[in-house]
Ligand binder design. Structure first.
Ligand code: BTN
Length: 233
């Protein structure tokens, strides 16, 4: 994929900015050092300090299972973290698409649809991570004694996302399921899934080919399509 990069000194949210440019060609990327109103999943905000924030415009065919795309992008970010750190240790994925480093949140992904186009927004903690109440956070540089250039991180991440997207267009999510298992931070863990309705409790048992989480509950296996997983200690 050919990426068209646009850097802005600051903006409210790269997802919002790119949504206004949704007529642009596939592969358009907006990135910034400063978002003033970065958005996360489930109505949360994304605190930009210390992070690389960027959004990528994708235009998959209408037949593609777009709900699996955030997982595929999360896997590509996890691969980028391994490559940049030169070490695979401690990198995992928390369904649906949080990238963790030794259990701390290192990156998050917010995919939003605009007339069939997908704006994929990524917040990636590079040299430091914000302190967030009740959440363990992590940064790419943690434990490395190195400082990373945001631009290098962006280039590696985009290359990995481009490869993963091409593979996903050709073979669908099934081609990623095995590798997801290796990265899965939740499998075998007792969870509460909080969504808009009643919380659901059970033990995580991997993901299905449509990207839903299999949860073994007291009433049998439930497939969970969206929500936030809280691990029970
Ligand atoms: C999450 O973990 O809840 C998702 C976080 C996504 C944050 C990124 S930063 C770039 C893009 N612009 C936004 O406003 N949000 C996404």
């Amino acid at each position: 994929m050919r990426f068209i990069l646009k850097e802005v000194p600051s903006c409210a949210s790269t997802n919002s900015l790119l949504a206004e440019m949704a007529e642009s060609p596939e592969g358009t990327v907006v990135f910034t050092e400063r978002q003033t109103a970065g958005r996360g999943r489930q109505g949360r905000s994304w605190i930009s300090e210390g992070s690389l924030t960027f959004s990528l415009l994708l235009k998959p065919p209408a037949t593609a299972l777009v709900q699996t795309l955030p997982i595929v992008v999360g896997m590509a970010i996890a691969e980028s973290v391994r490559k940049l750190r030169g070490d695979a240790a401690g990198v995992s994925l928390k369904w649906p698409n949080d990238v963790l480093l030794f259990g701390g949140k290192l990156a998050g992904i917010l995919c939003e649809m605009h007339n069939g186009a997908v704006v994929v927004g990524i917040g990636f903690n590079v040299n430091s991570s914000p302190a967030i109440p009740d959440m363990k956070t992590a940064a790419l540089a943690d434990g490395t004694c190195r400082k990373f250039e945001r631009r290098d991180v962006l280039d590696v991440a985009l290359a990995r996302i481009g490869e993963a997207y091409a593979q996903w267009l050709e073979n669908g999510f099934a081609a990623f399921a095995g590798r997801f298992d290796e990265l899965d931070a939740l499998r075998g863990r007792r969870l509460t899934i909080v969504n808009y309705g009643e919380p659901v409790e059970g033990v995580a048992d991997g993901v299905n080919n449509d990207g839903s989480l299999r949860l073994a509950t007291a009433n049998g296996v439930e497939n969970i399509y969206s929500g936030e997983a809280h691990i029970k200690m």
